[in-house]
Design a protein around this ligand. Structure first.
Ligand code: RAM
Length: 545
């Protein structure tokens, strides 16, 4: 899965994009000001570790590391550390914030500095597996290991970078033979902008569903900072695809719509000069979009997020403000659709990042057509809500033409599945996007999704991101029991492996998958896997019965 790196380096920038104009010249600054105005306050909570643990190799545990409870945390505070040299502590829950600890001599004068290495982990493997030589394809700097020197004792050490973790390993690298010391007062000032308290599910609900709901809420809460982050460990930034799903979850839980509003304004204000959205915003030290990062589906999903936001809030002012952005994204489809109604997948795939999932072998032609139609339809609904249909009067006919073209060219009626022209691969992604777009009828969708279970060589989802759309497709096809079972199996599978927040990548059969060639680099609290909270609360008749 090296594509991410490749894409980041090549940075999408086809010659046709080079327009001299600044598309939203007059409004960009106002949008950015509004984004600033709706920046949420962070709620800080002091958290303390619960236990000293031991993490040992174990073939039957997640990523082959097992956590054993050893002692209550006080045992560490009372023991001289010089001989001990190393300890792993467990805060008992995932947190995002600033870490500190104190040291004091056990009696004798401290005549020399101490040096420590601290390693922070969301999962046990991160504090157990050596990081070097580093094989990963993203910056080594994301990994949460820090070396600190304490020049004078007593001292309180504050780690300046914000961290995301549950476990901390403290190793002593240097000390004086002439005195011993204690480590004590370990804490984390945890932060989130999630301040509302969603109602708990009734006790009558299946315990696994309740647990999945709780872990989803935790995941979303941790990702809700001053933007919707993708993952609070990595890469701590706003991506449109993640925002789309986080906002869905938020609408059914925390209901902090101003955060969605801020993110929508930020993306608009920092869009490219040509008016197309850039897929991701790096918030600090000042908000910047990642240059030339044009991601096809994410640009289109912005429109859907704006429509959802309007429906959730009735905030017409914002939707009207940002309507020009949504309108402009429709040009992506207009530019790449061919006269026969099919998207020019080859060309698009050369000029944009066509993502859909972290799945190297996924062939994306069918999904590309599907999401285009989905976005056209959702954008038209947005236009209707705003009374702006006339401005996009071509869209219904275009969606219709593209639907017909897909049904004619991409449906294998005999096999009952959708496949591409350029490759006959049968994938979840293809069936899913034909269903969500309404290109497949309900009956066809049901047949296709059922066929996935028995056909050989199917390309299955690599992440909870794609799995979200799978659950939605099952629901759209009326396969409610299957949707419930799939949700329990997939997200419950993570819980059975110890998840207290849901992960960026999850393959039930492979604990070591990583889009970045190094599984400790994966984000183990990731925005796009929070959506069970949306399903469980939006469809109580399916998930809460
Ligand atoms: C990953 C991010 C994010 C996703 C992009 C496409 O690196 O973590 O979740 O939206 O890829």
């Amino acid at each position: 899965m090296k594509k991410f790196v490749l894409f980041s380096l090549l940075l999408f920038f086809p010659a046709s994009f080079c327009l001299a104009q600044n598309y939203y010249e007059n409004t960009r600054n106002q949008w950015l000001q509004k984004a600033e105005q709706y920046k949420p306050e962070l709620i800080i909570t002091e958290k303390r570790p619960l236990k000293v643990v031991n993490i040992i190799p174990d073939d039957h545990s997640f990523q082959k590391w097992k956590v054993l409870n050893v002692n209550p945390i006080d045992s560490l505070y009372n023991t001289p550390f010089r001989e001990k040299k190393e300890v792993i502590i467990d805060f008992g829950e995932h947190m995002t914030g600033n870490f500190s600890f104190s040291v004091r001599s056990t009696g004798l004068a401290a005549d020399g500095p101490l040096k420590f290495k601290l390693t922070f982990g969301e999962v046990p493997a991160e504090v157990s597996v050596p990081f070097d030589p580093y094989p990963g394809t993203l910056s080594r700097g994301w990994l949460q290991d820090e070396i600190v020197s304490v020049m004078y004792v007593p001292e309180t050490v504050n780690i300046s970078r914000r961290l995301s973790f549950r476990y901390v390993k403290i190793e002593l690298l240097g000390s004086s033979p002439y005195y011993d010391f204690n480590i004590y007062d370990i804490k984390c000032l945890a932060r989130t902008s999630a301040k509302n308290k969603p109602e708990s599910l009734p006790l009558s609900v299946d315990p696994m569903i309740r647990k999945i709901d709780e872990v989803s809420l935790n995941t979303l809460k941790e990702c809700m900072q001053t933007v919707y982050e993708d993952g609070p460990k990595r890469d701590q930034r706003l991506w449109i695809g993640d925002l789309y799903l986080e906002a869905l979850g938020n609408n059914y839980s925390f209901k902090q719509h101003d955060l969605t509003k801020r993110c929508l304004y930020l993306l608009a204000g920092l869009s490219d000069m040509n008016g197309y959205l850039l897929a991701t915003i790096i918030e600090n030290p000042v908000p910047r979009a990642q240059d030339k990062q044009f991601l096809y589906e994410y640009a289109l999903l912005y429109n859907v997020s704006l429509k959802d936001y309007l429906e959730a809030t009735n905030d017409k002012e914002t939707a009207e403000d940002l309507w020009p952005v949504a309108k402009r994204q429709l040009d992506i489809v207009r530019t790449y659709v061919k006269s026969d109604g099919l998207m020019d997948f080859e060309k698009l795939n050369e000029e944009w990042w066509v993502f859909f999932d972290w799945k190297e072998d996924l062939y994306k032609e069918v999904a590309t057509q599907g999401i285009a139609v989905f976005a056209l339809r959702e954008s038209y609904k947005l236009a209707q809500l705003l009374g702006k249909e006339k401005e996009v009067a071509d869209i219904p006919a275009l969606a219709h033409k593209m639907t017909k073209a897909a049904r004619k060219n991409l449906y294998d009626k005999k096999a009952g599945v959708f496949v591409g022209l350029g490759d006959k691969q049968i994938s979840y992604a293809s069936q899913i996007w034909m269903i969500l777009s309404g290109i497949a009828t309900k009956a066809e969708g049901k047949k296709a999704l059922t066929a996935l279970n028995t056909m050989p060589g199917v390309c299955y989802p690599g992440t909870p991101y794609m799995y979200h759309y799978y659950i939605q497709s099952l629901i759209n096809c009326g396969m409610n029991n299957e949707a419930k079972d799939a949700l329990i199996k997939y997200w419950g599978g993570m819980i059975n492996k110890g998840a207290d927040t849901f992960w960026e990548a999850y393959d039930p059969n492979n604990d070591f998958i990583s889009p970045y060639d190094f599984y400790p680099l994966n984000s183990y609290c990731h925005a796009w896997s929070c959506t069970p909270v949306y399903f469980i609360r939006k469809y109580p008749e399916i998930f809460q019965k």
